[in-house]
Design a protein around this ligand. Structure first.
Ligand SMILES: [Zn+2]
Length: 261
């Protein structure tokens, strides 16, 4: 386990309260009676917890890391960027580049901060509203990184859902888009993950997501005719997929409000 060492340390110092604060069965608390006895249980539940909450499916996030480990990783990352700079024929020690590796790693961490956020938490606050018509949030701008080139792709998302009996705040929908955008992504998976998160945590009758984006790995490297190329993807779940009327209504609203011309 990635963070077993730190838990072991904390147990030895009598401060282990279980795996902190993410609602897995290990959270139930109290000091662990014995690390050997508990190890198997913990590895088991940690494994389930990781794949459930953070997911080991691609782009679904990774297990959280302890701060000391993160600092060590960041130092490794900074050294790796220095290597990259040398690889393109630069001198990482020259004045202008002195802090570039550090800045680059910081920027990369910001652009991938979605790994460290949990859509379940964002969508936790819900309001009981007897409303069964479509809710559409459009013009949600985002920046993501394509996982093939680690270059940005930027665009807009339209998210619509038909509530069962609960709705969530508009800003929460936008935040969910950002949680998944701020990871290494392919646009198809980004679109699907936004829809699935809303389906799972808000449990609407149906949900639809349309994403339109421009990929720099194409526009800044490709031929001139690729410069303005945009890609559109959609994910439809529940009645948004199964009912032709709901589907048509959502896609029409997405077209007029989506900003994808
Ligand atoms: Zn790419």
């Amino acid at each position: 386990m990635a963070d077993y060492g730190a838990d072991q340390y904390r147990w030895e110092h009598g401060i282990l309260k279980g795996h902190e604060g993410h609602g897995c069965s290990w959270d139930q608390g109290g000091r662990a009676p014995c690390p050997d006895e508990e190890r198997r249980h913990r590895q088991q539940s940690q494994k389930q917890h990781d794949s459930k909450v953070h997911g080991h499916r691609p782009g679904y996030g990774m297990p959280h890391k302890h701060r000391a480990q993160e600092t060590a990783y960041q130092e490794d990352c900074i050294a790796a960027v220095e290597t990259l700079l040398r690889g393109i024929g630069e001198d990482p020690d020259r004045e202008g580049l002195e802090d570039t590796p550090k800045r680059y790693v910081k920027a990369l961490l910001e652009l991938t901060e979605g790994y460290r956020e949990d859509p379940a938490e964002i969508l936790e606050t819900q309001f009981d509203v007897p409303y069964d018509q479509m809710v559409v949030v459009s013009g949600i701008e985002f920046t993501s990184l394509c996982e093939h080139h680690i270059l940005p792709f930027t665009g807009k998302a339209v998210v619509g859902y038909i509530p069962r009996d609960r709705v969530v705040g508009l800003s929460k929908i936008a935040r969910v888009v950002h949680v998944f955008a701020r990871r290494l992504q392919v646009q198809e998976r980004l679109t699907q993950q936004i829809a699935e998160a809303i389906q799972e945590h808000v449990e609407p009758i149906g949900v639809g997501v349309v994403v339109t984006a421009t990929h720099q790995c194409m526009t800044i490297r490709g031929a001139k005719e690729d410069m303005d190329a945009k890609m559109t993807t959609s994910a439809l779940l529940g009645v948004m997929r199964d009912s032709p009327d709901a589907r048509a209504e959502f896609l029409a609203l997405a077209r007029t409000n989506g900003g994808h011309k």
